[in-house]
Design a protein around this ligand. Structure first.
Ligand SMILES: CC(C)(COP(=O)(O)OP(=O)(O)OC[C@H]1O[C@@H](n2cnc3c(N)ncnc32)[C@H](O)[C@@H]1OP(=O)(O)O)[C@@H](O)C(=O)NCCC(=O)NCCS
Length: 165
């Protein structure tokens, strides 16, 4: 698991809101943000495993505290990314932080020549669906050939995709 690699820089953000990617984030800080948001679906152990399986971890720090994160993995054979979990601590929601984090992920993914970003969200999660749609994601109920080997979920979730140019 890349999280504790000693060669990686440790986040030392102070006094502002910073968005970063794949630094040496303390695991407990990610769990502290994500478990309250996704405790309906994850135990501590399964969340720990999901964090360990992420190829890309994005975090938002404010005044030295982790207030949001996204766990993303590479999917398919055509330069796709799958957002496994994306969450902003409840006390920090509604301030544009989720939008900024998503924008940073999209810009980074485009620069690194990824072709699409795929995700599932709950069908009644209007907040998340609104955020993703404003960023250009569209609901995608069929799977084009270029998007092979994607994770599949049940009918209570909405698959969404953003094609990157
Ligand atoms: C969904 C979530 C990530 C949004 O993060 P946030 O920081 O609160 O959102 P922002 O303040 O950046 O708002 C981004 C967009 O979300 C939508 N949004 C935010 N609050 C909303 C609300 N109360 N109702 C409807 N849409 C809302 C809007 O489209 C907004 O864009 P706008 O400000 O230009 O109108 C956050 O609420 C969260 O972590 N929720 C719990 C976990 C979750 O549902 N994750 C996503 C599924 S994986």
């Amino acid at each position: 698991m890349k999280l504790l690699s000693p060669s990686r820089r440790i986040p030392t953000f102070l006094g502002s809101t910073d968005i970063s990617h794949n630094l040496n984030y303390p695991l407990w800080q990610l769990v502290d943000v994500l478990l309250p948001l996704f405790g309906k679906y994850y135990t501590y152990t399964s969340l720990y495993e999901t964090i360990g399986s992420a190829n890309h971890i994005w975090c938002v720090y404010e005044n030295g505290k982790c207030i949001g994160c996204a766990l993303i993995t590479d999917v398919g054979s055509n330069r796709g990314l799958y957002i496994m979990l994306f969450g902003i601590r409840q006390s920090a929601q509604g301030r544009g932080i989720g939008k900024r984090l998503l924008e940073s992920i999209i810009i980074w993914s485009s620069r690194h020549e990824y072709k699409f970003i795929y995700l599932h969200t709950e069908y009644d999660n209007e907040k998340a669906i609104g955020m993703y749609q404003k960023a250009g994601f569209r609901k995608q109920f069929y799977q084009p050939d270029c998007m092979d080997q994607l994770p599949q979920f049940g009918s209570d979730v909405v698959p969404m995709v953003l094609f990157l140019t």
